[in-house]
Design a protein around this ligand. Structure first.
Ligand code: SF4
Length: 701
């Protein structure tokens, strides 16, 4: 339970950085500071924290906080700002229709905040133009799960990582991006000798503990996993008994047999065979995947190629085995649960299904319900640039830096008729473009829930009061909704009321036969929210906290899983004479997003103090780039200047650069300015790891 800090006990909360969702104990020091330590009782971390979690106390200062609403550059109060935002949205909708407005939200938001934003846009404004920066994180997994399972259901739990005999980490630098989960894997290896295989074009910190590192050619994951499926078939390892729970096995096998993995992955046949043999002869296999798989123009196919191997062998839904997606953001999963993506309704209901739409509309008592999916992130900002979106509300995100083709996105936001930004600071590239700034409560000051990568719902709790006029997001969004005329539907006074409403809606979803049918979330309606301990859904008596699909029942119409016939597709752009290098982007161990929080910690900033570009020694020599010299990268979309880090961790012809740094004027270190806005045709997720660029030494003039 949450202790009362006023009685000297710690406040139990959750780390706001990544999808591992570690529990933390917060101790206010009475002078605006916090003591932070790992919660030994939280099932995700059992007391462990990584470097970012341990530095949380250093990142809560008030130095650059936005403390008052700001309209057209002038500080004001909520009674001025909220009607102003409501009027601008109402007028725009009246003149141009509901699809002329959009919300761009964030996996940093709490589930209650996400729920209210989604309800306002889809049920009351009547558009589905609400998308999230989680589109850049795990949309391909959502789409892959839905194609295979019928719903976006995560099959396994973190406990499976403790019980596996083989863990395959593909497109996942877990040691840096989900460190506590990586520590769990290392502990399991020590205990039971778990084998670890890393599949990544780049040699990362995660490879240090790997038994095998497969440095495949960028974008060739489908070919590699198709090779696995073909080997499963060739070695007679298809589970013929489990196959009655699966549709599409033969078609998937036929497609898999058509790809040539040695040719497409560039890996020696013996290395591939070693991996395939290890996978096939090990019963308890977990395949962990994240952005390296998702952030691709064939990301959904990659996800399904991974799921195919587990479905063909029945290695799903049982302890120590299954495909396992880990999310980047702390509440990417909670956002998925309440319909935070433009193509879904809350509680895993489908926007294209008229029965689902009717049920949600009736539950909300809404005047409208979006009838078609809204614009996904990349298309949303394109529509902003074309002037079709005329009023935009960005909440806890910095798309002027993080979207692909970031310079064009920045120009689109700058040219939009009306932009409101809710954030904890005015000091982001995006906030500086806003007409209205809305001061939001920060982590440590707000209450609500988040869901981590294994479906565990944890409380975030306030241990400090919000400074100045800062408010929780649900309160800001509901305040605008009420001033747009929807008083009763947004008359919330506390996040617990929103959580109860969401839990009630999950029951409707259950009646529709979705995975929320057995989530049991409806039973949480009456939970003691103040004292709520972490709880992993499903929470029904039969399935408490467990795995899905052990019984071979899926949420498709047939009740069987779908194996998808997928074929290798090269990344959207291929290196050529003008842009001969393949650029991979990613995260660092000690920074988070665009560094608005993590850069406040000198300890974290000391890890990698400046932006850099990893380049192979042969490429550096050919280009005349000296160690620690500056390198200029350019693509058809933008330029960046970075410190050269010459290393064999990247292959010849490949570059890697972190995505955290910002910059006002081009060229800067904003690496996403170089990335093309190519997307996966199913998920809409951008291809952030396979841009093509030119490189040359940079000499300041
Ligand atoms: Fe926070 Fe993730 Fe580190 Fe856990 S692993 S302490 S959730 S950043």
């Amino acid at each position: 339970t949450a202790a009362d800090p006023h009685q000297g006990g710690p406040v139990r909360s959750t780390c706001p950085y990544c999808g591992v969702g570690c529990g933390v104990l917060l101790r206010p020091d009475g002078a605006g500071g916090l003591g932070v330590e790992g919660d030994p009782d939280h099932p995700a971390n059992r007391g462990r924290l990584c470097s970012k979690g341990l530095a949380l106390a250093e990142t809560i200062g008030l130095d650059d906080r936005l403390l008052a609403p700001r309209v057209d550059g002038h500080d004001t109060d909520w009674d001025t700002a909220l009607p102003h935002v409501a009027d601008r949205f109402r007028e725009t909708i009246a003149e141009h229709g509901p699809d002329s407005v959009a919300f761009y939200v964030s996996g940093q938001m709490l589930t209650e905040d996400y729920y209210v934003a989604n309800k306002l846009m889809k049920g009351f404004i009547g558009s589905a133009n609400i998308d999230t920066n989680s589109r850049l994180c795990m949309a391909s997994t959502v789409a892959g799960h839905k194609r295979a399972f019928g719903t976006d259901t995560v099959p396994g739990t973190y406990d499976d990582l403790d019980q596996a005999d083989l863990i395959v980490l593909t497109g996942s630098n877990l040691a840096w991006c989900h460190p506590v989960l990586h520590q769990r894997i290392l502990a399991a290896r020590k205990r039971r000798g778990t084998k670890i295989v890393v599949i990544d074009p780049r040699r990362t910190a995660t490879c240090d503990a790997a038994d095998l590192h497969l440095a495949l050619a960028p974008g060739s994951d489908v070919a590699l996993f198709n090779g696995l499926l073909a080997a499963i078939h060739d070695q007679g390892a298809v589970d013929r008994d489990y196959a009655r729970h699966v549709d599409g096995l033969d078609a998937a096998l036929a497609a898999a047999g058509s790809d040539r993995p040695e040719h497409l992955t560039g890996l020696p046949a013996a290395e591939l065979q070693r991996f395939y043999d290890l996978w096939i002869r090990t019963d308890k296999v977990v395949t962990v995947f994240s952005q390296g798989v998702n952030q691709s123009s064939s990301g959904t196919d990659k996800v399904n190629a991974i799921l195919n191997g587990h479905l063909a062998t029945g290695r799903i839904g049982r302890p120590g085995m299954g495909p396992f997606s880990v999310t980047g953001q702390p509440n990417a999963m909670g956002g998925r649960e309440v319909g935070g993506l433009a193509n879904q309704l809350a509680c895993h209901l489908d926007i294209e299904n008229p029965d689902h739409r009717r049920a949600v509309r009736e539950f909300w008592g809404a005047p409208a319900i979006a009838a078609t999916p809204g614009l996904k992130a990349v298309d949303m900002f394109r529509a902003v640039g074309r002037g079709e979106i005329k009023a935009l509300w960005i909440i806890h995100s910095n798309p002027a830096v993080t979207m692909p083709d970031a310079d064009a996105v920045r120009a689109a936001i700058a040219g939009c008729d009306f932009v409101a930004v809710s954030d904890v600071t005015a000091n982001t590239d995006t906030a500086r473009l806003a007409h209205v700034l809305l001061p939001a409560a920060a982590w440590g000051e707000k209450d609500g829930t988040v869901t981590n990568s294994d479906r565990t719902i944890s409380r975030q709790r306030a241990a400090l009061p919000p400074p100045g006029q800062a408010r929780p997001d649900w309160q800001i969004i509901a305040g605008v909704a009420r001033r747009m005329g929807w008083r009763d539907a947004f008359d919330y006074t506390a996040p617990v009321e929103i959580f109860r409403e969401y839990a009630g809606l999950s029951r409707i979803s259950g009646l529709m036969g979705r995975d929320f049918d057995i989530s049991g979330l409806a039973t949480l309606r009456d939970i003691d929210y103040a004292a709520m301990a972490p709880v992993r859904w499903p929470v029904t008596a039969q399935r408490q906290g467990g795995r899905f699909f052990a019984d071979g029942r899926f949420f498709t119409e047939t009740g069987r899983a779908n194996m998808l016939p997928v074929r290798h597709r090269a990344p959207a752009a291929n290196p050529d004479r003008r842009h001969p290098y393949r650029l991979n982007t990613g995260r660092l161990r000690d920074q988070w997003h665009t560094m608005t929080r993590s850069a406040k910690s000198p300890r974290l900033s000391a890890h990698r103090p400046e932006p850099f570009c990893e380049i192979h020694p042969e490429d550096a020599t050919a280009l005349g780039i000296a160690p620690a010299g500056l390198v200029e990268l350019s693509s058809p979309h933008g330029r960046a200047i970075l410190r050269a880090l010459i290393t064999t961790d990247v292959g010849k012809g490949e570059l890697f650069a972190p995505m955290h740094w910002t910059g006002e004027t081009a060229p800067s270190a904003r690496i996403d300015a170089l990335v093309a806005p190519a997307t996966d045709p199913v998920s809409g997720q951008p291809e952030s790891k396979a841009a093509v660029v030119a490189a040359r030494p940079y000499a300041a003039t």
